[in-house]
Design a protein. Structure first.
Length: 95
C-alpha cells in the first residue's frame, strides 16, 4: 500500500454537494492517480461513530490517510489545482 493514496471522503447523505464531491474526487483520481489510489466513502448519517472518531464537523470532508502526512480538505473538491497541491499529488498524469 506504500505507493497508493488512501482517501476517505466523509459525506452527509447523497445530496447534490455530496455527489459533486464524489464525482470530483473520482475524476481527479482517475486522471492523476490511475491505479494508485483507494477511495472510501463514509456517510456520517450511516456511520456516526466513525465520523465522531475522526472529529468530522463539516461535510464533505476528504482525508488523505496515506501517504503521510495526513491531510484534510473540506468542500466539494471543485478547485482541482488546490486539491492536487494540498494532497501533494504529482501534477504529471499517470501513465
Amino acid at each position: 500500500m506504500s505507493d497508493k493514496y488512501l482517501l476517505k471522503l466523509y459525506i452527509t447523505g447523497y445530496t447534490q454537494r455530496s455527489r459533486q464531491a464524489i464525482s470530483n474526487l473520482i475524476q481527479l483520481c482517475e486522471f492523476y492517480l490511475k491505479n494508485k489510489h483507494e477511495i472510501i466513502i463514509i456517510d456520517v448519517l450511516e456511520q456516526p461513530l466513525v465520523a465522531e472518531g475522526e472529529k468530522i464537523l463539516l461535510t464533505p470532508t476528504l482525508i488523505k490517510e496515506f501517504p503521510l502526512p495526513k491531510v484534510r480538505i473540506v468542500g466539494d473538491l471543485s478547485d482541482t489545482q488546490t486539491v492536487i497541491l494540498d494532497l501533494n499529488i504529482p501534477r504529471e498524469r499517470s501513465p
